[in-house]
Write a protein that binds this ligand. Structure first.
Ligand SMILES: Nc1ncnc2c1ncn2[C@@H]1O[C@H](COP(=O)(O)OP(=O)(O)O)[C@@H](O)[C@H]1O
Ligand SMILES: [Mg+2]
Length: 246
């Protein structure tokens, strides 16, 4: 059997009195695309953020490639570069050009020469279809273009996996597909991805597996086919009837 790239075992997380991750057990295999869906406040973002240790956990274990997440220092910095994260808001450095946004971490974190980093950055910008905008500032790009730059920046670290937390939910509708297309392509190229999204078309098209969360727990886990045509729990049925009628 394939060894999991990520494993969460008995993970619990509290924010004060609020039990936001309840006994989470999950595995993500290399090359797998897992879509996490569920109502707002169900813990989807926290789930993602614990995987690259933007949030600590109160009990349980999270392993990447069999190793416990490092707690601090250089090992934690390495983890952050191995686990890419793309957020709803694009988080580009606003005072740096698009190209520089993709070049910088390669030089700083990966210690790659500026020349090699620039070449790689241009390749990645091309891959996500924004190479023509390399010399512009992020504010001169549309939201969809900025989000594609954010994906390129994350790819520049050669991450083992990428976490995308509602990457299209801040975008105008006409820009959603250009970002989803890039994500589908990544999935096809074998990238391991955890994607929090309400884009059910993407989930059906690209997901190997759906994790449905509600109230801090994983309530259902199945293939997209199973989940959308034959959800097992009332909670999932309820959720689906709400989003699919919009
Ligand atoms: N930094 C934080 N401090 C306190 N509570 C938080 C924090 N982040 C999230 N929460 C709470 O944790 C729960 C899960 O939030 P979140 O993971 O953001 O859910 P989702 O992404 O599914 O909407 C919510 O009740 C939210 O209010
Ligand atoms: Mg969220």
């Amino acid at each position: 059997m394939n060894k999991p790239l990520v494993s969460l075992t008995g993970v619990n997380k509290w924010f004060g009195e609020n039990h936001v991750l309840i006994d989470i057990n999950a595995e993500i295999l290399p090359g797998e695309v897992v879509v996490v869906i569920g109502p707002s406040g169900s813990g989807k973002s926290t789930f993602c953020r614990t995987i690259n240790r933007l949030e600590t956990i109160d009990s349980g274990e999270i392993r990447i490639d069999g190793e416990l997440l490092p707690e601090e220092g250089a090992d934690l910095a390495r983890l952050r570069s191995e686990v890419g994260m793309v957020f709803q808001s694009f988080n580009l450095f606003s005072h740096k050009t698009v190209l520089e946004n993709v070049v910088l971490a390669q030089i700083k974190v990966r210690k790659i020469s500026r020349e090699a980093a620039t070449k790689r950055a241009m390749d990645l910008l091309k891959q996500v279809g924004v190479e023509a905008h390399a010399k512009k500032m992020p504010s001169q790009l549309s939201g969809g273009q900025q989000q594609r730059v954010a994906i390129a920046r994350s790819l520049a670290m050669d991450p083992k996996l990428i976490l995308l937390d509602e990457p299209t939910s801040a975008l105008d509708p006409e820009m959603i597909n250009e970002v989803l297309d890039v994500m589908v392509q990544l999935a096809k190229n074998g990238m391991t991805m955890v994607v929090v999204t309400h884009e059910m078309g993407f989930a059906r098209r690209a997901a190997d597996r759906i994790i449905f969360m509600a109230d801090g727990a994983i309530v259902e886990e199945s293939t997209p086919e199973e989940f959308f045509t034959n959800p097992k729990t009332d909670r999932a049925k309820q959720f689906l009837s709400k989003i699919l009628t919009h």
